[in-house]
Design a protein. Sequence first.
Length: 299
Amino acid sequence: MAKLTFGRFKLDHVISVRQLSTVHYFTNLTNYDTPSHSHNLWEFVFCEKGKVSAWNGNSRTDLTSGEITFHQPGVQHRLHVGEKPTAMFIVAFSCSGECIKLFRNKRIRVTAEQRAIVNLIIDELNCTFELNDGQLQLSELHAKANAPVGAQQLICGYLEWLFISLIRNGVDTSEPDAVSAKRLEEVMEKRIITELCDCIDKHLTEQITIKMLSEHVHYSRAYITVRFKEVMGVSIMDYVESERIKRATQLLKSGEMSVTQVSEYLGYSSLQYFSRRFKNAVGVSPRVYATSEIEKIQE
């Protein structure tokens, strides 16, 4: 009898939940505030009913019934519930997979299917961990001795199912590969580059470093350096320089600042260095450029 040989296909994991930190499920909460805090975990807040105000850094999101938002690691956040009775479900967790970063600064209205997944998670947590006076409000997790077989694995699976479902609803599914790992990577890459460019634009008059940009988007310096060059065709610091020169031409054209003032405003170390960089980029010195632009206006 011939011995059959089978190939093995390694299955992709776009997101993988492996650790839980805290779980809180409040069913009838009023006049509740958490202190502003941060940690190195991801956290989601699901408003089952009522209203929850969630601060993520300086950004405020008001959740109503059926909405979910995420807090990313390292960012100060807090919650507020007013006089209206509110039910909310909060889970702090760690996971692997770049796709989780798609949820940064998002408020998402869940579907009926996703609400059902949330209920499965809550039910499994209730039968898996020792409760606090019968409540699923746990700052520390202790597994029950009689928990069902595979309960913890099911919790991970349900969380991953919820997150993938949320991602699929937020990605254009008109193309066959819209929810593939490759497609998700492209979506994240576009978001990262956009955030980097926005950050550079906002801080153009300040000292900009790769370390600062890396911390802003929560990716490594090596990753953003390579990705930015691949997408934009120039290095990050060359892009910063070109944006500063572009801003300088706008300021000089307006005539509101002198060449010296523009140089200082944009953070150049000296007027001579600014003049040299400007001439290399534009072809004429900033003084000649400013004079020619003023003459054009007068004509």
